[in-house]
Design a protein around this ligand. Structure first.
Ligand code: 5AD
Length: 473
């Protein structure tokens, strides 16, 4: 009765939180299973950024609740952003949910599951569901690093003699590292300040220690995560010689032997001052891929969104980064159909979108989030208009992506070999520009940086052959 499946919705921070919960549960002797059909405990780690994301998780929870009739001991939990956003109110719609745990309480999940299971084993009737969405001082530090995944798995396997455990835990080559929680920017459309709370940074020494431990275990790439990473440590550390705490952190991670690639997400355009732009010039491990959320290309809409930059400043940042790294890859987030967005204002977005020449973009139709300032703005835009604007940008993106990929065919790109692809027959890895590549390789090359000759490309994937002198591919 200890098989747990965690289904994750939303962003990389959520994925990382799920990994951390999985690591903590493994350390307690739970088994993390890949299929939700074979689990005793289903945890949905949820997203609230758009209504569609919440509805998806609610639909899933409603569907799965019937399982309780066949499997009376089955435990259903809702974790993360939607738990935080809606709390006990979720039980009105979903009375079969046993556990609702918010974003500052992930570390309590093992205790809560233990309690539910112990009560059931003892035949003690459980009066009600557990709901914990309280704030917790220092919660940015309470999710322990998941570097222990392998060790915990081995310990758990030793404890219950389940040697199949290692198969659940492939060697980790690329890892997410949480550096900060919450956001104080108060963008008018955004629910994150409610779901993730105030901006809080982890101590720099802890983050560096986690990255070092990851490197010792074979991790070669780290992605530093936070809701607004460029503001990292702004209340805790001073600028030194014009270098922000975030860039100081990048410098320290860059110095770690074994870490070969550094990525981060999500930044704010406001954080791209000279020190960060220059970091791309002097830190070779910093991957040439920048996610730079534009949201809108109209200065009036940016002001209404409470985004403190202009389209001119945004484009200046893009150009400054391209001056330092001419082959820089860019991705962005755009919201179409923000309240009051006119055709002309959307045209400004389309224009900037074209000029920035993105390799990747996440285009969202504005979704009303109750409790945010934009939810009560007049002049909400119809779904048809949002859909048309969305399709326009996605069409441009597809063209860009095909064009960029075509320039890569015939070239050699450095790829970090991450492991088998979905089919299990080939291997997968990514270029520095974050393009997914598929190729034949020897499993010994997992974790290595290797040159790959790109032979063909689809819209989103590159296919190629390793160029290995004297090494068996
Ligand atoms: N509607 C649509 N998209 C949104 N995002 C955030 N809030 C909303 C909303 N209410 C998008 C933004 C953000 C990304 C994570 O989600 O583009 O950068």
């Amino acid at each position: 009765m200890n098989r747990v499946h965690i289904k994750t919705y939303g962003c990389q921070m959520n994925e990382r939180d799920s990994e951390a919960v999985a690591a903590m549960l493994r350390a307690r002797g739970y088994r993390i299973v890949a299929s939700e059909d074979d689990c005793d405990v289903l945890l949905l780690n949820t997203c609230s950024v758009r209504d569609a994301a919440e509805q998806k998780a609610i639909g899933k929870a409603a569907n799965i609740a019937h399982r309780k009739r066949k499997q009376p001991d089955f435990v259903l939990g809702i974790l993360g952003c939607m738990a935080q956003n809606r709390g006990a109110e979720l039980l009105d719609k979903l009375p079969d949910v046993d556990l609702i745990v918010g974003t500052q309480k992930f570390h309590q999940v093992p205790d809560y599951l233990d309690n539910i299971r112990a009560a059931r084993a003892a035949g003690v009737p459980i009066a009600s569901s557990i709901v914990d969405i309280a704030e917790e001082v220092g919660s940015q530090n309470t999710i322990r690093d998941h570097v222990l995944t392998q060790d915990a798995a081995a310990a758990a396997a030793g404890a219950d003699g389940d040697v199949a455990m290692d198969a659940d835990v492939p060697p980790q080559i690329s890892a997410f590292v949480s550096i900060q929680q919450g956001c104080n920017m108060d963008c008018a459309f955004c629910i994150v300040p409610k779901t993730r709370g105030d901006e809080r940074s982890r101590p720099m020494n802890d983050i560096v220690a986690e990255c070092r431990a990851l490197a010792d275990r074979g991790v070669r790439e780290v992605t530093l995560l936070g809701q607004i990473v460029t503001s990292y440590g702004r209340r805790d550390y001073v600028h030194t010689e014009g270098i922000s705490p975030f860039v100081q952190l990048l410098d320290r991670v860059h110095a770690i032997e074994g870490i070969e690639r550094i990525r981060f997400t999500s930044p704010h355009p406001r954080g791209f001052k000279q020190d960060l732009v220059e970091a791309y010039g002097r830190m070779p491990k910093l991957c040439g891929y920048v996610h730079l959320p534009m949201q809108s290309g109209s200065n009036r809409i940016l002001r209404a969104m409470n985004r403190p930059y202009t389209r001119e400043r945004y484009f200046e940042i893009v150009e400054a980064l391209r001056a330092v790294r001419p082959d820089m890859y860019f991705s962005t987030d755009i919201i179409v159909g923000f309240p009051g967005e006119t055709d002309e204002e959307f045209e400004q977005t389309r224009d900037l979108f074209e000029r920035a020449n993105y390799d990747m973009a996440y285009v969202f139709k504005y979704s009303i989030r109750s409790g945010t300032p934009a939810a009560v703005m007049g002049d909400q835009i119809s779904d048809d208009v949002k859909e048309a604007r969305n399709a326009t940008l996605l069409g441009l993106l597809q063209k860009n992506s095909v064009r960029r990929n075509a320039t890569l065919v015939g070239k050699v790109e450095e790829v970090l070999v991450e492991g088998p692809d979905k089919t299990g027959k080939k291997f997968t890895g990514r270029t520095r520009g974050n393009r997914v590549c598929i190729f034949d390789a020897n499993p010994r090359l997992i974790g290595q940086l290797v040159p790959l000759l790109i032979e063909r490309a689809s819209v989103s994937t590159l296919y190629g052959e390793l160029v290995l002198c004297g090494v068996e591919a």
